[in-house]
Design a protein around this ligand. Structure first.
Ligand code: SF4
Length: 710
């Protein structure tokens, strides 16, 4: 037919961290269709509905196609790029002049490629004197980062997706891969070992329904439960003593600490049976290859870092790390959350170097060919501190790139009021209609996935390529080119002379990675990534030399498709040993009481929804796959008592706000609990701004509410 493609090419999906390969069918330079890539090592020919619909959402009438500037009439008006960029520089500089250099901050994302992220981080912090900036990865992955860094010495998720298929026991903690990571879940279904699947989750999720054992704990009993499981493992001597002696430190502290978590007490508090805790410990203790997986149920908690480390402790204690089918494995959320962790240049200097370390600063300055003096000696404020800075009047200018905090930030109504206090706010996004863009003085129109190139890093540390297969609409530009233009208008183009295009920046990132655990000096450019179906870090020059002489007579070699960390038994701490970390269990920051008797959980609602729906609601197919109107899941017994009927409207009140949503009466939640998907704008009107002290991650999953029939 006339729409037949003349070429196909493969790119990594731009939604979640699975990083599926999508085959794009291109005609006359424009993608006309896509199908999942069958030869890509990640997804084995599959994709979820979001991936299938990835091109559709680019065609929306809500796309920003010109820069928009708020006029004296309070309305947004289209302007040319030249005027937009002049205004950007005048206004941002004006704020810095009036209120001090540190009065401007930025908020970025895990949705843009590593090259763009590094450019933004370098431009702001080394070029524009902007000290404070953070990413929306603070909302999803920060906890895993701080846990891994302290326990392993580096932010290093150890696994490879093949581990889903090689375990004989898989434990999911606060994770619902059926819905959140469906292609990873397909791997579990392919596991030939008839594995035990244990799910620890207060909600009866789709994954819990498919599990061998579901520990449906009362919310936030996870840390105590993990300590009780550890206690049983030690008491019954399911300890890998050789591993513990050779490769870890802190075991005695661990043993003494968990002795206080006796099974009966923890079981009673958590609302589960003591027998189920013992069965779980036995399954972990007797398993040949045990893998433990966590996502937001753990990360988005006021004690998330310690909970993640309690999971890591179990893997270390039982020697379940560095072998096929094992690991203490954080599954990331966004397509490039892992890129943000390495390359955003906010809390960590590029490539997980340290701002505080003079040698690191010198090394990075040399790799960049920049003056060492332009590199600050401390990291940025975290996200919550930036928001607090707006409240206190310390931050007066804000630049928001590819994220939607007016919907996603915890206790969102507060954030919205704060955005209105800003003297100048820039929103750079594909769509001019996001909740956050409503507060902007200036909107800069961005190209999206499919309209630009760069690399994403998926959950198993695999660099994958995205490609330009469509022209961006109107005057929209790749974020990369917006950053280049800003560098020019700001007057620092010379400093970024080498940053000409994404692949040039990829080479800079390679230099920066040298001798770090995330070393990728062995990758031979984008073409090599393309030929290999992506490449997992680390891939060093030595690895490359070895593989090319082994297999290809000198050509760039293909790394083995599945590579996990710590197979050599060396962790990244100074003495190469992993550390057991323990802490006291903390009380929930907001408890239920007679006025607000129900605890609200939040999470992903549907496989076809993505975060704040900015993109997914642009696809009629995806919209038809989930309820457009917000809903709340309520236990049938609670509904009965409250005289609430399934399908009718209810009012939900927290100490912060009140919303009206549809009641979904279902036994997915236990009595005294309710659940709302995060994808609806209303959800974060209710949540309580509270944070993990180590990671700064918001605790989205516990606020007290009252539900009343409308
Ligand atoms: Fe794969 Fe995730 Fe994209 Fe779905 S959203 S196709 S699971 S990468």
């Amino acid at each position: 037919g006339s729409m037949a493609a003349d070429v196909t090419t493969t790119a990594t999906c731009g939604y979640c961290s699975t990083g599926c390969g999508l085959r794009l069918h291109v005609r006359a330079g424009e993608a006309v269709g896509l199908t999942p890539e069958t030869s890509y090592p990640v997804n084995l020919g599959m994709a979820c509905p979001k991936g299938w619909e990835a091109l559709r959402v680019l065609d929306s009438p809500e796309r920003a196609t010109t820069p928009l500037l708020r006029g004296a009439d309070g309305k947004m008006h289209p302007v040319e790029w030249d005027q937009a960029l002049r205004t950007f520089v005048t206004e941002i500089r004006g704020v810095q002049d009036r209120h001090g250099i540190d009065s401007v901050a930025f908020l970025s994302t895990g949705q843009i490629p590593s090259e763009e992220m590094a450019f933004l981080g370098a431009l702001t912090r080394f070029g524009m004197g902007i000290k404070h900036g953070d990413g929306n990865t603070r909302q999803c992955m920060a906890t895993a980062v701080s846990a891994y860094k302290e326990s392993f010495g580096f932010d290093a998720p150890p696994y490879t997706y093949d581990d889903f298929e090689q375990s004989d026991c898989l434990v999911f903690i606060g994770a619902n891969p059926c819905v959140a990571h469906p292609i990873m879940w397909e791997r579990v279904l392919r596991n030939p070992n008839d594995p035990k699947i244990i799910v620890i989750d207060p909600r009866r999720t789709e994954t819990a329904t498919a599990a061998t054992e579901h520990l449906q704990i009362r919310p936030k009993n996870d840390l105590a439960l993990l300590y009780a499981i550890t206690n049983v493992l030690i008491e019954r001597d399911y300890v890998d003593h050789d591993f513990v002696a050779a490769l870890t430190e802190g075991f005695d502290t661990l043993r003494e600490h968990v002795a206080a978590y006796d099974v009966d007490t923890v079981a009673r508090a958590a609302g589960i049976s003591a027998a189920s805790i013992i069965r779980t410990a036995e399954a972990i203790g007797t398993g040949r290859a045990v893998s433990l997986w966590w996502t937001m149920g753990v990360n988005q908690s006021y004690e998330g870092t310690r909970t993640a480390q309690a999971i890591i402790n179990i893997a270390l204690l039982t020697g379940n790390i560095g072998r096929p089918g094992t690991g203490a494995n954080s599954i990331t959320g966004q397509c490039n959350a892992m890129g943000s962790r390495l390359w955003s240049n906010t809390s960590n200097l590029l490539g997980h170097h340290r701002f505080e370390d003079e040698n690191d600063r010198r090394k990075v300055a040399q790799a960049l060919g920049m003056d060492e003096a332009c590199i600050p000696s401390e990291g940025s404020w975290k996200y919550d501190r930036i928001i607090e800075g707006i409240r206190r009047g310390e931050i007066k200018g804000l630049w928001v790139i590819a994220t939607n905090p007016a919907h996603s930030w915890i206790h969102q109504s507060d954030a919205r009021e704060l955005f209105d206090k800003l003297e100048f706010m820039v929103v750079q996004d594909m769509y001019h209609t996001t909740e956050t863009a409503q507060h902007a003085h200036l909107v800069l129109p961005s190209a999206g996935w499919g309209e630009k190139e760069g690399t994403f890093i998926n959950s198993e540390r695999r660099y994958g390529l995205i490609k330009k297969v469509r022209r961006a609409p109107g005057q929209a530009l790749a974020d990369f080119h917006i950053f280049r233009a800003i560098a020019h208008y700001w007057g620092v183009a010379d400093q970024f002379a080498e940053w000409t295009d994404p692949e040039a920046v990829f080479r800079i990132l390679q230099r920066l990675s040298r001798d770090q655990p995330c070393d990728i000096t062995g990758i031979d450019g984008y073409r090599h990534l393309d030929a290999c179906g992506g490449i997992q870090w680390p891939w060093t020059q030595q690895d490359a030399a070895k593989s090319s002489s082994d297999t290809n007579g000198g050509a760039p070699g293909k790394p083995p498709q599945e590579r996990r960390l710590f197979a050599d038994g060396r962790f990244y701490r100074p003495n190469s040993r992993a550390l057991f970390v323990v802490d006291q269990v903390q009380p929930m920051p907001e408890r239920t009481d007679p006025v607000y008797p129900i605890l609200l959980l939040t999470g992903r609602g549907s496989v076809s929804q993505w975060h704040t729906q900015t993109r997914t609601r642009q696809s009629p197919v995806l919209r038809s796959l989930y309820p457009v109107e917000p809903y709340i899941e309520i236990n049938p017994v609670d509904a009965d008592e409250l005289e609430i009927v399934h399908g009718e409207k209810v009012n939900v009140l927290s100490r912060r706000d009140e919303i009206t949503v549809t009641a979904n009466v279902t036994a997915t939640v236990r009595r005294g609990q309710a659940f709302m998907p995060m994808h609806y704008e209303a959800t974060n009107r209710l949540t309580l701004a509270h944070f993990d002290p180590h990671s700064g991650q918001p605790s989205y999953k516990n606020c007290a509410v009252r539900i009343i029939a409308n």
